[in-house]
Design a protein around this ligand. Structure first.
Ligand code: ZN
Ligand code: ZN
Length: 381
């Protein structure tokens, strides 16, 4: 109940110096605005990517409470020193005793007779119950998922720079894979090379790479195995790295020699679907509208039933985050969204194609395509 937070029972503590000028500060301020517009008095953020996004805290246990001027970060005694080093502009409280009951006591006393939103997309039923049972007085819990995820969509320059660096590193590994040759190697060997090169270059894979050759390419989530890559087939390669905590994601499909007509044909259709969808992207457009641009083209070419996944997804601290580009998505693109565009055609038992670019959404169109590796059908033998 919104007004109650400023009622006489309210025990809101305001932070004197909220660390002005830091990215974390402006994020907390934006979240404060979002909470203000909602019907909760404060949001309890417990999803650790969201906690890190807001506060910069890199430990594995923490939570924060934002709203009505509150900026409180909670952790346990193990992280007292790290919290002091990493967090500026937040009141830091160490939760005594058992985590959930201790946390419930502290958030109750911070908000008083008010309603605290929890991130119901992430909080388990058990956590929600234990928090609820240990609240005191007139504090109530309500589901309020997705507020931080929405803020995370608009990437600032530093975030885009980290994603671009991760993307460039992945592109350079594509070049190395192609220079090294693929025919005769197993999928697992190529995948192992990708991961070890990422680590040598100081990054981590943002997900286990997919190297899917010939008929395996028809499985969108194929795991690299012992199949030897043969001449004259398609190889789908999907990989990304993580630099400064931010992920990249890029798929390229190459030919290992002259292709059967059908394989060359589905490559051509997929590439056109990718390019057409990229041209359609702009802030303010519906994510399902962009999906439809690619899907309609693939359907018209007769492969509609073989494009069985959504067109793309947001990328940032997580390799799959908001928004979602798909036929049923209700998201609208915003400036600063970093999204993939990855149409694919998968013909079971024969071959598959996926072409995935990672782009920054601007007001008029794409402000930057972070995937620079060429998309014309490349022959790698
Ligand atoms: Zn991918
Ligand atoms: Zn992807």
């Amino acid at each position: 109940m919104k007004p109650s937070v400023c009622s006489p029972n309210c025990s809101v503590r305001r932070v004197a110096d909220p660390g002005r000028g830091t990215a974390a500060h402006s994020r907390a301020e934006r979240l404060d605005g979002a909470v203000e517009e909602s019907d909760i008095d404060a949001l309890l953020v417990t999803e650790m990517n969201n906690v890190e996004y807001l506060t910069g805290f890199s430990g594995s246990n923490g939570a924060c409470l934002v709203g009505s001027g509150l900026r409180i970060f909670y952790t346990d005694f193990r992280y007292a020193t790290r919290a002091a080093e990493e967090i500026a502009g937040w009141e830091v409280e160490i939760v005594p005793g058992e985590w959930l009951s201790g946390l419930a006591g502290l958030i109750s006393s911070a908000v008083g007779d008010g309603s605290i939103g929890i991130e119901d997309d992430h909080v388990t039923v058990r956590t929600s119950r234990l928090l609820g049972e240990n609240l005191s007085g007139g504090t109530s819990l309500t589901d309020a998922g997705g507020l931080v995820e929405f803020l995370r969509r608009s990437k600032d320059d530093d975030e885009v720079a980290a994603i671009a660096a991760a993307s460039m590193l992945t592109d350079s590994i594509y070049s190395e894979v192609f220079d090294r040759g693929m025919v005769g190697r197993t999928e697992a060997d190529v995948a192992g090379f990708v991961v070890s090169r990422m680590r040598e270059l100081g990054a981590e894979p943002s997900f286990p790479p997919i190297i899917a050759s010939g008929p395996n390419g028809a499985l969108p989530h194929a795991e690299p195995g012992s199949r030897k890559i043969s001449p004259g087939e398609l190889v789908v390669m999907d990989m990304g790295s993580r630099v400064d905590r931010y992920c990249s994601d890029c798929t390229r499909t190459v030919a290992t020699g002259t292709l059967p007509e059908e394989a060359a044909g589905i490559y051509d259709v997929t590439l056109r679907a990718n390019e057409r969808a990229l041209e359609a992207i702009a802030a303010g457009k519906g994510a399902s509208e962009i999906d439809a641009v690619a899907r309609d083209l693939i359907e018209e070419a007769g492969y509609g039933e073989h494009f069985g996944h959504g067109l793309g997804h947001g990328v940032g601290l997580e390799v799959h985050e908001a928004p979602r580009l798909g036929p049923r998505s209700e998201d609208t693109l915003v400036e600063g969204d970093v999204v993939t565009v990855e149409p694919g055609i998968y013909l079971p038992g024969r071959h598959g194609v996926r072409i995935e670019d990672l782009v920054v959404v601007g007001a008029e169109g794409i402000s930057r395509n972070l995937s620079s590796h060429p998309k014309n059908l490349t022959v790698v033998d």
